[in-house]
Design a protein around this ligand. Structure first.
Ligand code: SF4
Length: 329
């Protein structure tokens, strides 16, 4: 893929918190991330790491307590009414459970047409033609147009969710675990459809998933999150072949390697993910990290660039990098 390297979205020290009975839950805790036009960036991590909250913060569903979300150079919280409406058209979401967000009382043609009506994009015959074009694009047909969501299989509902997201010609789509609720047998079909549409329609994706095999299949770059922070970001190849952060290494050790020549020992992490409302001090990972030193529990580590485009939040980033290279020999 030819990368233009033109930023479409920039997150600058974004913090999104929630009040909980025991205090403040820092769901997203200081994320800096730039997404470039035309790429697919995977956001990965265990449940509770903040990846979905970050997705919803980008969608403008949660207002960050600190930091900025910039879309095409403009702060999305400084928009006027017209710009706000335009943003809801430019940035769409594909959900994990499409059924939960499809109106059960509306037929497919109305579901797909809704966004286009709101944004006054088409009407009359043009609107009908556009609905049929979108259904065809996602592998459905005109016979599906007058049916209700409950008449569809899980895979077809996700195709419908994709058609609805595409209807308003978005620039950026946030895919939140879009295939994890589907049968394994149809996951690859929906995933390939998402991939094909990106190239065809010149889209940019943020792909949220806990499944590293799925992310490997679809993403250009990967950001690994742990307890509200991005702990490692790099091109897919760098992350999968030379992971540096001890948490990324542990996550990757649990999946089959794409290259059978590369052998990796399974790393079993001790303990559970800590409570995000009461995260460990310093490096949030220090209680589970086999390499933790005194400073790890005292101070937040710096974001170290270990090679161009590859950054790691770890006090021992350089040692970890040489250890990975050593293991490969
Ligand atoms: Fe482990 Fe310390 Fe690096 Fe955190 S900063 S990942 S505790 S070595």
């Amino acid at each position: 893929m030819e990368k233009t390297k033109e930023p479409i979205l920039e997150l600058k020290n974004v913090k999104t918190t929630f009040k909980v009975p025991k205090g403040i839950l820092k769901a997203v805790n200081g994320v800096d991330l730039t997404i470039y036009k035309g790429e697919t960036v995977g956001l990965v991590g265990e449940s509770g790491c903040g990846k979905s909250t970050l997705g919803k913060t980008i969608m403008r569903l949660y207002r960050p307590d600190e930091g900025q979300v910039m879309f095409e150079g403009q702060d999305i919280w400084r928009y006027n009414k017209k710009e706000k409406k335009e943003y809801t058209k430019n940035v769409q979401m594909i959900f994990q459970d499409p059924y939960a967000c499809l109106d059960p009382l509306s037929v497919v043609s109305d579901i797909v047409a809704e966004g286009m009506r709101i944004h006054k994009m088409y009407k009359g015959q043009e609107l009908e033609d556009r609905v049929l074009e979108l259904l065809k694009m996602v592998g459905l047909n005109k016979d599906h147009a007058n049916r209700f969501p409950h008449e569809f299989s899980g895979g077809q509902r996700q195709r419908l969710g994709i058609a609805r997201a595409l209807a308003v010609n978005p620039k950026l789509i946030i895919c939140d675990e879009p295939v994890s609720a589907l049968d394994v047998s149809i996951r690859a079909q929906v995933l390939n459809l998402i991939k094909e549409l990106k190239d065809k329609l010149n889209l940019t994706y943020i792909f949220i998933s806990h499944d590293l095999s799925v992310v490997h299949h679809i993403c250009d770059r990967v950001a690994v999150m742990y307890l509200g922070r991005v702990v490692e970001i790099a091109d897919k190849k760098q992350i999968y072949e030379n992971p540096v952060h001890p948490y990324t290494k542990a996550l990757l050790s649990a999946i089959p390697m794409p290259d059978p020549e590369v052998k990796r020992e399974r790393i079993i992490l001790q303990g559970d993910v800590p409570n995000p409302a009461d995260p460990p001090s310093g490096c949030h990972f220090h209680k589970r990290c086999p390499y933790a030193k005194k400073e790890c529990s005292e101070t937040v580590p710096p974001f170290v660039t270990v090679e161009p485009g590859h950054q790691v939040l770890c006090w021992l980033a350089e040692e970890q990098q040489s250890e990975t290279k050593h293991e490969e020999k």
